[in-house]
Ligand binder design. Structure first.
Ligand code: NAI
Length: 345
């Protein structure tokens, strides 16, 4: 590990932001933006010292404070050694930005390409977050922001390794958010779309044009588009936001495509459960609410979509009349959660 002095600010009260892979592309924009927000930025890089130096001097020229350090996030020991070196520092924000791609179709992808992408993108995020959380826990405040990707949500042919890693980041973020909330540490992910950086520069003009045609805002994103979202999540204004995935993709992949379907499906399942649970005299707190509401409000919809459930419900009624749902082994996933679906009925 090499670093430029001074790695830490003179004033120990100044908040520190650590940006992995911060020497170029999105990471560089994030480092510069956070420095303008009066955070002391430590940006880490893997190989190009000149890029890291130039970023730090640009920040200094703009009146900010920054330092750089060589750190390979695929190397767990190096990450632990780095954090041991800044023990006691006022680390407020960690941005897990470092990432690589090694694309290939599933049937041809080498195991080494799969694991190396996971090592950098996912394991690096895990180890750095774990170490950062130890420091933040002591200060009882902090922000962990991890850069995922739109392809984690939608999948992408040729990127089994990358999509797995970036989807893993989302799961990791949501779990960290739950575990660290009691320590006032928020954890969020950002899912950028198609951003103009070295990573996408290798794509042919035809492929780029094809991607852009799928983006409602009809342009590639810029690193600053992502950096602004990171700055928001790192700010005090986002103190009540945790466990979320913020898409920065020009509308390329919208919430309704995944969340909408998911909510609809869960609502449908919950509704059907509540109906049969009601017949079973299940103790489900909200039983009956969905049944009554949906029938009154959408009788035709109800008949068209759920007519086939009637037979099952009637069979359930006959079978369950004398049965206690608990002893009958009612294993509803939605018990106690049904309130959330009420408005949709
Ligand atoms: P980039 O290739 O320009 O920058 C990646 C950065 O990660 C570089 O600074 C590089 O030195 C660093 N890095 C790579 N391997 C490392 C390692 N083992 N240890 C430490 N640092 C390492 O890529 P870009 O576009 O700036 O991407 C930044 C992040 O945004 C990545 O996580 C990427 O997956 C993600 N992303 C990028 C999108 C895009 O369209 N450019 C879209 C969605 C997500």
């Amino acid at each position: 590990m090499e670093s430029c002095p001074p790695l830490l600010p003179d004033d120990p009260k100044v908040r520190i932001a650590l940006v992995t892979g911060g020497s170029r592309g999105i990471g560089r924009a994030i480092a510069k933006t956070l420095a303008l927000e009066k955070l002391h930025v430590i940006l880490t890089y893997r190989s190009n010292t000149e890029e890291a130096k130039s970023c730090v001097s640009e920040i200094a020229q703009a009146g900010g404070s920054a330092a750089y350090a060589l750190l390979d996030v695929a190397d767990t020991e190096a990450i632990r050694a780095f954090f041991a070196g800044i023990k006691g520092a006022n680390l407020f924000c960690l941005v897990n930005n470092a990432g690589i791609t090694k694309d290939g179709l599933l049937l041809r992808m080498k195991e080494s390409d799969f694991t190396s992408v996971l090592d950098v993108c996912l394991k690096g995020t895990f180890v750095a977050s774990q170490e950062a959380a130890k420091l933040m826990t002591k200060k009882r405040t902090g922000r962990i922001i991890s850069i995922s990707s739109v392809v984690a949500l939608m999948g992408n042919a040729g990127q089994a390794n990358y999509t797995a890693a970036k989807a893993g980041i989302i799961g990791l973020t949501k779990t960290m958010a739950r575990e660290l909330a009691a320590r006032n540490i928020t954890c969020n992910a950002i899912a950028p779309g198609f951003i103009e950086t070295d990573m996408t520069a290798q794509l042919s003009p035809e492929v780029k044009a094809q991607y852009i045609s799928q983006i409602p805002l009809r342009r590639m994103g810029t690193p600053m588009d992502v950096a602004h979202a990171v700055a928001f999540l790192a700010s005090d204004k986002a103190a009540y936001i945790t466990g979320q995935v913020l898409s920065v993709n020009g509308g390329m992949y919208s919430w309704s495509q995944d969340g909408g379907y998911d909510v609809w499906y869960r609502w449908k399942s919950a509704k059907n459960h509540c109906r049969s649970a009601g017949r079973w005299r299940c103790q489900c707190e909200t039983r009956g609410v969905l049944r009554r509401g949906s029938r009154r409000r959408f009788p035709r919809f109800d008949r068209a979509y759920h007519g086939h459930w009637r037979g099952i419900r009637h069979r359930n009624r006959r079978r369950g009349r004398s049965e206690d749902p608990e002893s009958a082994g009612c294993r509803c996933l939605y018990r106690g959660e049904c309130e959330g679906f009420e408005g949709l009925g």
